[in-house]
Design a protein around this ligand. Sequence first.
Ligand SMILES: *Cc1c(COP(=O)(O)O)cnc(C)c1O
Length: 305
Amino acid sequence: MTIHIQTPLIESLSVGKNLQAKVWLKMEALQPCGSFKARGVGFACSQYAAEGATEFISSSGGNAGLAVAYSGRCLKVPVTVVVPVTTKQKAIDLMEQEGATVVVHGSIWIEAHQHAMSLAQKGAVYIHPFDDPYLWEGHASLIDEVKAAGVRPDVIVLSVGGGGLLSGVVAGLQRNDWQDIPILAVETKGADSLAVAAVAKEHIGLSAISSIATSLGATKVAGQAFSLLREYSISPLVVSDKQAVDACLSFLDQHRVLVEPACGASLAAVYQQSEILLNKKNILVIVCGGVGATVEQLNQWSDSL
Ligand SMILES: *Cc1c(COP(=O)(O)O)cnc(C)c1O
């Protein structure tokens, strides 16, 4: 069963205003659960359901948890999401609205995660937010759609948290014989685990996350994402929280779509005409979305950062 929907691919004159290139937006913000995670998580859940899974477990209070909740509802498989007490009520409400059981456990994420893993030992399948080959295979469908639309990008701009989206996009490029297309991999300062590992040429991580872009907040990227740095043309780029937030506000004005700073990071790279985007003809931006921001919060961040 296919959980995600095919999203629009639109040319943006506003986002591409200062560039010579055409800028194409892949509108993953329009997935029913608000982010591209519908693709990978939806695919993984379908596979596990076909393999006999009777319950899904997640420990993400963010877009991954919501995607698992959504997928479980579509597949008629019960979902439990374990989140720490710091999780916003709005996030809990959204997951419960999808029919998931939300268990609040622990004061920090790792405690919630350990509890989720203990539940998983009793037969439920744990759905990882970024580190699972099924996820990457599911995310890859995004590139299939771009190809089917007849657009051949000469650079792709995307955001990186744990590197699941990055790994999936590379998988999509490979299966469409588009391996020569380079990727600009954008993170925010304080959530820049890929950039740090790239500079060190070692699979190291951050000791803590200090960015407000919590959906990019993986202290260490997946092993697959780190390996791809050596095998593939990936340029890591780090933007500030302020740049990411202001990009969200500009994008809201121009396209009337609200996205998280995690997604604003990629948009910021294009608004700022990042070096690698010059001399390109077609730039594909993955508008990864996210449900965790409000206009009020974006304005507040923009004023205070
Ligand atoms: C999950 C997520 C990311 C990061 O994706 P990874 O696969 O962890 O790299 C970026 N933006 C949004 C909105 C997300 O939900």
